[in-house]
Every structure is written in structure tokens, then in C-alpha cells.
Design a protein around this ligand. Structure first.
Ligand SMILES: Nc1ncnc2c1ncn2[C@@H]1O[C@H](COP(=O)(O)OP(=O)(O)O)[C@@H](O)[C@H]1O
Ligand SMILES: N[C@@H](CCOP(=O)(O)O)C(=O)O
Length: 310
């Protein structure tokens, strides 16, 4: 369930009065999602999603809305924010930051193995997204980059089992040799998991949930996607799907020579990032934990399998 904030009619009406969307037809809470309160909002003016931000500090939110506005203006299917009559993209509803964005068509395929056409569409779309982000004027170093991994690993260390500690210690040391700052990069989604991609047939109609976006190496973003979409339950890589993903991506953005040796190291780095994220949620739950706990062991298995390659 992802509606954490009750929405009194009067508050909604006064919030909507700031926008030019015509009269309200229907508002329905969205069960999927974990971080924010989301509602499908139908008005005379069209179909939208209303998000009340439950976790992110207000000052950090405009960056994410600007990214999606920019990408959507550059041909990427993602939710463009709606401006109020005063030109604002972020308002206040029930005392919390809130925004209205375009509602995109399509369904996620989370829970089933993607087919080759879907993976191919995903690889091409990711490369298009990376290229579309060129020229985006705001800088925002990936908040979950190598520094985050080192620091989060340090905080987690005392909480872990001896086997987890051994793995983590080795990763923290080994991964220092694979910096990402000298590689082609720019805005990356950084969380393009199956629940964040909407399809109609084999066509991608939406990419959502840009709240981990930031600047980092493009190849690393592709590695995040490879782990999330092309792993068997035992963590091993589905090499057939991963090759299709890679080729589809490359058909839009050919790799540079300096990227070649880093595909496996970056899948390993991406596996460490999500193992740590899930361990952090488990061992340091935030007050009034809203986020559904995802299994750290899934990403530990992926990490262990990726270590076999490099
Ligand atoms: N712009 C959108 N268009 C269509 N559906 C959306 C849109 N944004 C969110 N959704 C729906 O809402 C669900 C939750 O959104 P998500 O951004 O994942 O929430 P959270 O930030 O709480 O994790 C998604 O799974 C999707 O079904
Ligand atoms: N995709 C990540 C966690 C981020 O969760 P989201 O609900 O914000 O997409 C994971 O699987 O660990």
C-alpha cells in the first residue's frame, strides 16, 4: 500500500485550484510503490499522477522534476511535471511537497522474465536516455556513488555476519580500482528496475521513479539494468539476455574503447550498491519505515556471481 497521506477533499481542491487542469473527475490511490503517496488524477484536462513526497527533503525534489521534464522534452517517455498557473512544478499538499506529473500508459512486467524484444527495447531506450541527458544544465553527482558505498559499508560493518563482513571488506578494497569519473557519462537513472518501466506490447511507454538519478558513468547505469533484468534466481547472469541488452544499447550509443574492460567490474559495483542499499534498509530502518523491505540476499547472490568474472 502506498498511500500514506489522507487527502481531504478541501485540501485537494485548493491544491488543484493553482493548476489549469479543469475540474476534477476522479482521484484514486495507487497501491504500487513504496516511498511516496501516489494517486491517479483524472481531470477535464487529462490524466495525471499526483505525488505527495513522503521522504525526500523538499529542496532535493526540483532536480528530479527538472530531469524528467528535460528528458521528456528530448523524446524519452517519462513523466513530465505539470506547471501550475504560476509556473511552479512543486507545490504543497497536506503540509508536504507535492507535484502533478503526466500519467503514462502501459504496465510494468515485474514478476516475469522479460522476453528478448522487451530487453532489446530496454537497451535502446537506456542509450537514448543517456544521450538525451547531454546538455542538461544541472550537476548532481550520483549520491550513491563510490563514496556512498564506502561510507555505508563502514556503517554497516558491525551489524553483519562474519561471512558478510569478509565479502564487504574485500569489495570495499577491490572496487577502489574501478573509478567511474573518467568514463563517458552524464545523467543516469540509477534504479531502472522492472517496476520502473512501463510497456505496451514490446514498446516502452514509460520510465518512472527518477528519485535516485544523478551524474555517473553511463556504463554503470547499463550494469544496474543488466543485474536487475538479466539475473537468474541464483544470481548468475543470463548471458543471452545480457548480450541482447548490450547489443541493443550499443546500436544506439557505440561504446568507447576505454569502456570495454569495465562491463563486469561495473556489474559487480552495481550489485554491491543494491546489496548495501537493502542491508541499510534492514539494519537502519528509518523512523516509521515506509519502504517495503527488499531481500539483501538476492543482491548478495548477484554480487557473488559477478565476482567470478573479474
Ligand atoms: N507517471 C506515471 N504514469 C503512470 N503510472 C505511474 C506514474 N507514476 C507512478 N505510476 C504508478 O504508480 C506506481 C508507484 O510509483 P513509484 O514511482 O514506483 O512510487 P514510489 O515512488 O512510491 O516507489 C508505479 O508502479 C506505477 O504503477
Ligand atoms: N530498486 C531498488 C530499490 C529502490 O526501490 P524503489 O521502490 O524506489 O524503486 C531495489 O530493488 O533494491
Amino acid at each position: 500500500m502506498a498511500v500514506y497521506t489522507e487527502l481531504p477533499d478541501a485540501e485537494l481542491a485548493s491544491f488543484l485550484a493553482a493548476y489549469d487542469l479543469g475540474s476534477l473527475e476522479q482521484i484514486t490511490g495507487i497501491c504500487a510503490g513504496t516511498e511516496n503517496s501516489n494517486f491517479f488524477l483524472d481531470t477535464q484536462g487529462g490524466r495525471f499522477v499526483l505525488t505527495i513526497f513522503e521522504r525526500l527533503p523538499r529542496e532535493s525534489i526540483p532536480y528530479y522534476l527538472h530531469v524528467t521534464e528535460w528528458l521528456s522534452q528530448h523524446g524519452i517517455p517519462c513523466p513530465a511535471p505539470v506547471h501550475s498557473r504560476a509556473g511552479e512544478i512543486l507545490g504543497t499538499l497536506c503540509g508536504k511537497p507535492a507535484a502533478i506529473v503526466q500519467r503514462l500508459a502501459g504496465q510494468s512486467i515485474e514478476g516475469r522474465v522479460p522476453n528478448e524484444a522487451e530487453i532489446s527495447a530496454l537497451g535502446q531506450l537506456l542509450a537514448r536516455m543517456h544521450l538525451a541527458g547531454r546538455g542538461f544544465p544541472e550537476e548532481h553527482p550520483n549520491p550513491a556513488g563510490l563514496g556512498w558505498c564506502q561510507e555505508t559499508g563502514r556503517r554497516l560493518f558491525p551489524k553483519l555476519s562474519p561471512a558478510e563482513r569478509e565479502l564487504l571488506a574485500d569489495e570495499r578494497e577491490t572496487q577502489k580500482q574501478w573509478p567511474r569519473d573518467k568514463l563517458p557519462g552524464g545523467v543516469i537513472h540509477a534504479d531502472l528496475f522492472p517496476d520502473n518501466v512501463l510497456f505496451q506490447g514490446n514498446t516502452i511507454t514509460g520510465t518512472i521513479d527518477y528519485y535516485y538519478a544523478g551524474d555517473d558513468a553511463w556504463l554503470y547505469d547499463l550494469a544496474i539494468v543488466a543485474n536487475a533484468w538479466c539475473s537468474f534466481p541464483d544470481g548468475s547472469l543470463d548471458k543471452n539476455l545480457a548480450a541482447i541488452l548490450w547489443q541493443a544499447y550499443e546500436s544506439v550509443r557505440p561504446f568507447e574503447r576505454r569502456e570495454h574492460g569495465l562491463w563486469f567490474p561495473y556489474m559487480r559495483a552495481a550489485a554491491l550498491r543494491f546489496w548495501l542499499l537493502r542491508l541499510e534498509a534492514k539494519h537502519f530502518p528509518r523512523g516509521g519505515q515506509l519502504t517495503e523491505l527488499r531481500d539483501p540476499e538476492e543482491y548478495q547472490r548477484i554480487l557473488e556471481r559477478r565476482r567470478e568474472f573479474c
